[in-house]
Every structure is written in structure tokens, then in C-alpha cells.
Ligand binder design. Structure first.
Ligand code: GCB
Length: 602
């Protein structure tokens, strides 16, 4: 146990978990910004980074410099530059930044009074897309790569009562070696896209913990707690679950870590019909924190997925993180609530959060609403499989989301990748990622959205011919018979020969339709065409013996620079069951009927 814990902790040093239940001060709101396509505020005219120089001079934007005399030459000024809302993307806020990909500098000034008992302060970013260089009162705090996961830096010793300034260089340039890479079918929204907050904690505080049901013993809750500080050895930590009348006191080791087990025969298991969350209180000498945690097991047995040892069919839908309220990148609790309400209305008990980690509200709401979740790493299409830095980046992003969400009962599947072309280097990459994930979290299932292919050269028989299928716990694949692959009636000609004895999820199927555009079922882009694809596909999929659920593509139309057909797409992927302005297409009701019938018999 201690070994597992130390590798889990090494994976994400010092990310503070559960910021939603801590004392925080929001830094959301208007920030000044400077668009800097040449990275003029980062490099001097010899293209040397200012931050590497002893005397960076007045050109370095992170200094937030001001003229000291009327003769001083400073060619920028945050305070008289335009401002922009945080959290949000810049593309949908500023018309001239709609297609912009590059560097934008953000600056926020604020005063701060530490509260009496709090002695340490961290600045916590829920997500910045894609690279963030963070500076506080002119000092570099660090850099973070990856657009969808949280990170934090301590600012205790830099913080002043008055006139603090935080500067973030945000760069969303796509890169071949990035994760994701150059090519995606979604909008590359740039900016500080999720909340920013100051987290206030005591000197020796509860940094991290896992509190979960033991998959091998459903009468046992187990986990660890880790303290952060200079006096963290041999400290008492108390864990209470009042509703179960459970209480345990443990003592931390030299690293500030303590493991525990607690037994109860009265645990009410979290499930989709009764998503019971227990209040869990953790107390150390100087700190206390609360969480709301559900206890359940998730396993596979042959072709079945078992939630609390009972077979479950996953009635799902795929979702992108776009705001159904304002358009652009979504991040608020209202965005999350609307998306999950629609999923519920559709009859779902499961969502696939594509193609990257979504904001924490989604998982916390899914926990409350009893919706199972597939979370996904943005390893999408043609990643640089042989590049070590690319692998490390992918592993780091996955570690960060696992660390953030490891106490959420709703999360049942970690997805390694989406539609990645088979090759030896890709297999090595994905196997390593899967092994790492199992080490970090042995309690959840591993999958990836794979691709299907013809069986023995026969285009009417489909199979999964991918060695990574042997690694996953749940065999998932995307398929578009009826849309990219023939017309809807082709579904009737296809049979499936899936050789792996594993549960099968169809991670995607779908068709595009423009809301309000009607025609017969052979008219491309009509609601009737999309409806027919759904009708035919649902029939076809019944022929897969191991089928345990699906997450059709997709809940809502979403922006994509690959989708430019005028008057139909206009920059949107139209495979949504709901338009971007919230109107339901005919296919929505086909799937809803299917799910309603399924749930009556499941
Ligand atoms: C896929 C991708 C998804 C695309 C979708 C489409 O297979 O996984 O990201 O948006 O197809 O619409 O083509």
C-alpha cells in the first residue's frame, strides 16, 4: 500500500486536491491582456528569453514595468491595455482573436490580506490552454503544459498586502509534438479557460488524499492522507464519516503520509439510481477539510461491466466542453448543469467527456446526479509516438486528471486515447500509459476509443484488429457506417465478429444534421438523414454480442475549424443531437426512446 501511495504521490507533486471545499479567493474577472504574436515581451531582439537574464530590462512583460521618469522608454502598459474575462477563451470574447493562435499575456493586480489562521497561499489554475508561464510580482513561479488540467504554485513569500500582480503568458500555438497535436476536430480555444483562485491553507496542511471503497472488500474503505509542510512527520490525522459512525486516527510517516482502512457493513453503495455521497471529514493538527464521496466498485467480468457487482448497460452520450449558455469553452457550474441535464433528459446513465479532461464541476455534478463518466486524455489521432517529451507530456496530463478526480465515484473509465492509427511505436506508447494509469489508480477501468476494420478483407464483416485491444479492460471503438462509410441502409449489411471476450462500448457513431433543415432520409444534412442513421445504427449494434453500451457522437453541435461548409456547418461540427442554441433534432428522440426502453428492462 505504501509503495502504491508513494508512486501515486510522486506523479503529481504538490497539486492541492479538493480546492472546491477549501478557503479560496477568486481571481476571476477582468484581466488586462496584450496580444503578442512575436513574443516580444518574452524575448529580446536576439531572441534570448528575458527571464534567463540577470537584468531583463524594461522589455520583459512579466515585470509589469512602469516608467519611473518622463524619459523612460517602456513599450507596453498592461493597465491601459484592453481587458478580458477570466475564465473564458479569447476567441469568442474578442472578434479579432477568433482565429488567433499564439501568445497572449494576461495580468491581474490585487490587494490581499491573509486571514488570521491561514499561513500559506497558493495560486491555483483550473486550466490554461495550452502553455502557461506564470509570474508573480515579477518572479517566475513556473510553467505548465497541457490545456485541461489544474496546477498550482506557492506564493506565500511573494505575497504583499497591496499591489500584487500576477502575469501569465498563455500560448495556444498548436505543435506537432504536442498533446493534442496539430490536427483535431475541435476548436483550439486559447486563454485562461477555467477559474483562477488563491488557496489559503495552514503551515502544515492536508494536501492530498484518496478515500475509496476497497475493490476487493466492499465492507472496507481505504486510502491515504498526505500532509504538506515542514512539520508533517508523526502527526495525528483523523478521518470521520459521521453517517457511518466511522472514525479513525492515524499517524503520518516521515513524508507526512498515513494510510488507513475502515470497516463497515452498512455502506450504502453509490449507484446511478441512488448516488449516495457521504460527508467525509479529514482533520490534522492544523487543518481540516471535508469532501463528499461515493463508495462503489466497478469491474468487468467476461463481457459484462459490473457496478457494485451488478451488470449495467451504459446509456451514454459524448460531450465536448463547450458552453451551452455563452458559446465558446465552457467552465461554469451552470454550463456543466445544462449539459448533464440534457444527458439525463436523453435517458443517459453515462457520459463520455471527450476528448480531454473537462472542468471539475462536471465530475462533482455527475457524482451528485448519478451519471457514470469516461474521462479522456487528449492523445488524439496522430501523436508523435516516438518523441519522449510527447510521452511525458501525455503521462503528466493523465496523472493530473487522475489526481484531481480519483475520489469521484462517477468516474469509472480512464481513456488513454482516441482513434490513433496502429503502429509499433504507438503500441509501446499506449501500453506504457496504461501501465502508468493502473499504477496510479488500480480501482478503475482502462479503455481507449479504437478503430474497427474489415474482417479477413470482407467489408461486410467488422472486427477490432488492434493489439491494444488486449490491454484495455473495456473494448471501445468509433464507427460511422451510414455517414462516412456508405449510406444509412449499409448498416443492414454489416455484421460483427469481435473476438475479444471483453465488454464492448461503441465510443462514437453519428451523422451531421443542420437544425431545421428537412428532406427525405437520403438528403445529406437533413434531420431525417441523421434520424435514419440513428435508427439503422441502433439495429445494427444489437448484432454485437458483447455490447454493453455506447456514447454516440455527440450531445451538442460544437465549433471546429475543419467544418466550413457555408450555410450548413459554418464552422460547426453538426453531429449534435442538439444545436448550439439548444434546439433538439429528430435523432435526439430516437435515442431517447431507445434509452427509455432500455432502462425499463435494465
Ligand atoms: C471522430 C472523432 C471526433 C470527430 C468525429 C467526426 O471519429 O473522434 O473527434 O469529431 O469523428 O465528427 O468526424
Amino acid at each position: 500500500m505504501v509503495l502504491i501511495v508513494s508512486s501515486q504521490l510522486a506523479a503529481q507533486e504538490h497539486l492541492i486536491v479538493n480546492v472546491y471545499n477549501r478557503a479560496t479567493t477568486s481571481l476571476n474577472g477582468q484581466w488586462n491582456y496584450i496580444v503578442d504574436p512575436y513574443e516580444n515581451g518574452f524575448y529580446n531582439y536576439r531572441l534570448e528569453a528575458f527571464e534567463d537574464q540577470e537584468n531583463p530590462g524594461n522589455g520583459a512583460f512579466f515585470l509589469n514595468a512602469k516608467p519611473k521618469s518622463k524619459s523612460d522608454l517602456i513599450e507596453y502598459d498592461f493597465d491601459i491595455s484592453d481587458s478580458i474575462q477570466v475564465p473564458s477563451d479569447w476567441n469568442t470574447q474578442k472578434e479579432n482573436l477568433y482565429y488567433y493562435e499564439g501568445t497572449v499575456w494576461y495580468k491581474k493586480s490585487f490587494d490581499y490580506k491573509k486571514s488570521e489562521n491561514q499561513h500559506r497561499v497558493f495560486v491555483y489554475f483550473e486550466a490554461v490552454n495550452y502553455e502557461a508561464d506564470v509570474y508573480f510580482n515579477g518572479k517566475k513561479l513556473g510553467k505548465h503544459i497541457g490545456g485541461f488540467t489544474p496546477f498550482n504554485f506557492e506564493v506565500t513569500n511573494l505575497l504583499k498586502d497591496k499591489d500584487n500582480f500576477i502575469v501569465v503568458k498563455v500560448d495556444n500555438k498548436r505543435k506537432k509534438e504536442g498533446v493534442p497535436t496539430l490536427n483535431t476536430d475541435w476548436w483550439n480555444y486559447g486563454g485562461i479557460t477555467r477559474d483562477v483562485k488563491l488557496v489559503e491553507v495552514s503551515n502544515n496542511f492536508i494536501e492530498n488524499y484518496t478515500i475509496q471503497l476497497n475493490p476487493e472488500n466492499k465492507n472496507q474503505i481505504k486510502g491515504y492522507v498526505k500532509l504538506n509542510g515542514t512539520e508533517i512527520a508523526k502527526k495525528e490525522i483523523q478521518i470521520d464519516i459521521p453517517e457511518l459512525k466511522l472514525s479513525k486516527t492515524i499517524i503520518s510517516n516521515a513524508e507526512g503520509v498515513a494510510v488507513f482502512e475502515m470497516n463497515s457493513k452498512k455502506i450504502q453503495y453509490w449507484d446511478t439510481k441512488n448516488p449516495h455521497l457521504y460527508q467525509v471529514n479529514i482533520k490534522s493538527v492544523n487543518d481540516k477539510i471535508t469532501d463528499q464521496i461515493g463508495f462503489r466498485t466497478i469491474k468487468t467480468k467476461g463481457k459484462e461491466i459490473l457496478l457494485n457487482d451488478e451488470s449495467i448497460f451504459l446509456r451514454g452520450i459524448s460531450i465536448h466542453e463547450e458552453s451551452p449558455i455563452t458559446g465558446g469553452r465552457g467552465s461554469t457550474i451552470e454550463d456543466a448543469q445544462q449539459l448533464l441535464n440534457w444527458a439525463k433528459e436523453l435517458g443517459c446513465n453515462y457520459v463520455r467527456l471527450a476528448h480531454y479532461p473537462h472542468n471539475e464541476h462536471m465530475l462533482r455534478l455527475a457524482d451528485k446526479m448519478g451519471i457514470l463518466v469516461w474521462e479522456e486524455n487528449p492523445v488524439y489521432w496522430t501523436i508523435s509516438w516516438e518523441n519522449e517529451a510527447t510521452y511525458n507530456n501525455a503521462e503528466n496530463q493523465l496523472s493530473e486528471v487522475i489526481n484531481r478526480d480519483k475520489n469521484r465515484a462517477s468516474v469509472i473509465i480512464w481513456s488513454m486515447a482516441n482513434e490513433t492509427p496502429t503502429s509499433e511505436p504507438r503500441l509501446i506508447f499506449l501500453k506504457k500509459l496504461a501501465a502508468h494509469t493502473r499504477e496510479l489508480d488500480p480501482t478503475r477501468l482502462i479503455s481507449a476509443a479504437l478503430e474497427q476494420s474489415d474482417y479477413n478483407g470482407d467489408p461486410t464483416i467488422r472486427t477490432i484488429n488492434d493489439e491494444f485491444a488486449n490491454v484495455v479492460d473495456v473494448l471501445s471503438f468509433n464507427q460511422y457506417v451510414g455517414w462516412y462509410d456508405g449510406l444509412p441502409e449499409k448498416c443492414g449489411q454489416i455484421s460483427w465478429k469481435i473476438l475479444q471476450n471483453k465488454p464492448v462500448l461503441i465510443s462514437e457513431f453519428g451523422a451531421g444534421a443542420k437544425i431545421g433543415f428537412h428532406g427525405d432520409k437520403l438528403t445529406r444534412w437533413s434531420e431525417e438523414f441523421q434520424e435514419d442513421v440513428y435508427i439503422q445504427t441502433l439495429k445494427m449494434l444489437e448484432g454485437i454480442e458483447q455490447l454493453q453500451g455506447f456514447s454516440p457522437w455527440i450531445l451538442v453541435d460544437f465549433r471546429s475549424p475543419r467544418r466550413m461548409l457555408p450555410k450548413i456547418q459554418d464552422g460547426y461540427n453538426r453531429k449534435g443531437l442538439i444545436s448550439e442554441d439548444g434546439k433538439k433534432k429528430k435523432a435526439f428522440y430516437v435515442l431517447k426512446n431507445f434509452y427509455d426502453t432500455k432502462s425499463a428492462s435494465n
